[in-house]
Design a protein around this ligand. Structure first.
Ligand SMILES: Cc1ncc(COP(=O)(O)O)c(C=O)c1O
Length: 373
């Protein structure tokens, strides 16, 4: 079993990160503004009872979350606390979903690779089988024929849980209509998870449809657009009956009081916090243009706050492509920029303008080092 290596090369979040550009975990490059930090410090100093358990119902947070989900849906929508569950990062919700549907030998999990690795890792740590289907190598759209085989396994437990990412990591692609159409015909005994971790960047969501389908659930996180990766807050949106089942399997005090308050304050200041998103999307465009100038790389369109690049066909013999990508990744790390080698390519987070300048010059250096520029 291969476990997840959290933040390879990172120090603790309390160590100033200036020396290294952390562009390997798709966080927002900007910390909370000082005003919000002051508010949270004041809360810690004057309103937080460290001797008391947190609010196990996440009541205040759910109230503000419901308002945000409705406001950002782009269409009229009714969301209440009953449609919401809150986790210690969306990682916790992923685990709860697997426990609720598959543990005890009753089901298998399906993923479309390449995708977010934690689905498979958590399932395997719980002894749950993982079935994998593929994607188009040109567009990374779901290979619908191979996806269909997930639903009708020749042997083993039936599929009970299907993870889709919208937009996907590492490929950065949002689900398109033929894939969504295919998801609509997934039988009701299979729970479809649509992970919208990058919603604040993609601004595309299936939340309205998910609320009409009892076997769909949306996952989101505060770790990306909301700049709160250190506080570990994720949430799920779905049919109240499904949410009630998830609430039954979670631990009673899963989210510390301070993390709940941080998410609440972030939501209350969402306009200020999310104001950096358009700038990051412009920076994404700038990186895309820069990478596109180098013939050794193929750069894919992105709906998220990161770019996925592969070696262009013919730039190196196929049998050394993986090794070459690993060396490029290492060369970046030696120069002080952490990126991720995964899914047959390199995943590079959009950082601040200064970080992105360094990414461009360091990646060019790395390509030169391999004789590719
Ligand atoms: C697609 C996807 N889902 C979930 C997560 C985990 O989010 P959280 O920090 O809320 O556990 C990530 C983190 O990178 C991700 O990329």
């Amino acid at each position: 079993m291969v476990g997840y290596t959290p933040n390879p090369g990172h120090g603790a979040a309390t160590i100033a990160p200036e020396a290294v550009d952390h562009l390997d975990t798709n966080e927002c490059p900007y910390d909370l503004p000082p005003l919000l930090k002051d508010k949270l410090a004041h809360f810690f100093q004057h309103h937080l009872f460290n001797n008391r358990y947190p609010d196990g119902s996440h009541g205040d947070l759910k109230g503000e979350l419901a308002a945000y989900v409705m406001e950002s849906a782009g269409q009229p929508l009714t969301v209440t606390a009953d449609h919401l569950t809150v986790g210690n990062g969306s990682d916790e919700l992923i685990r709860s979903l697997i426990i609720a549907t598959c543990v005890g030998g009753s089901g298998a999990v399906g993923v479309a690779e390449p995708t977010f690795s934690m689905y498979g890792i958590i399932a395997e740590t719980l002894g749950v089988p993982v079935r994998r289907c593929g994607r188009s190598s040109a567009t990374f759209a779901l290979d619908l024929e191979s996806a269909q085989t997930l639903l009708q396994p020749a042997e083993g437990p039936p599929l009970r849980l299907l993870f889709m990412v919208h937009p996907n990591s590492p490929t950065a692609t949002a689900l398109r209509e033929p894939e969504i159409e295919w998801l609509r015909q997934v039988p009701p005994e299979v729970l479809v998870v649509i992970d919208e971790a990058y919603f604040e960047f993609s601004q595309t969501s299936l939340v309205a449809e998910a609320l009409t389908r009892p076997n769909w659930i949306i996952l989101r996180t505060f770790s990306k657009g909301f700049r709160l990766a250190a506080q570990r807050v994720g949430y799920g949106i779905g049919d109240p009956q499904l949410i009630a089942t998830l609430e039954r399997v979670r631990l009673p005090y899963n989210l510390p009081t301070f993390a709940q308050q941080a998410a609440l304050v972030a939501l209350q200041h969402r306009q200020d916090l999310l104001a950096c998103v358009p700038d990051l999307l412009q920076e994404r465009q700038r990186l895309h243009q820069a990478f596109s100038q180098w013939s050794a790389l193929q750069v894919f369109p992105s709906d998220a706050n990161f770019l996925f690049v592969q070696l262009a066909a013919g730039s190196v013999p196929a049998e050394i492509a993986g090794e070459t990508l690993a060396q490029l990744c290492q060369a970046m790390q030696h120069q002080g920029t952490l990126i991720r080698h995964t899914g047959g390519g390199l995943r590079i987070t959009v950082g601040s303008p200064e970080e992105n300048d360094r990414t461009i010059s360091r990646l060019l250096q790395a390509l030169k080092g391999q004789g590719l520029a």
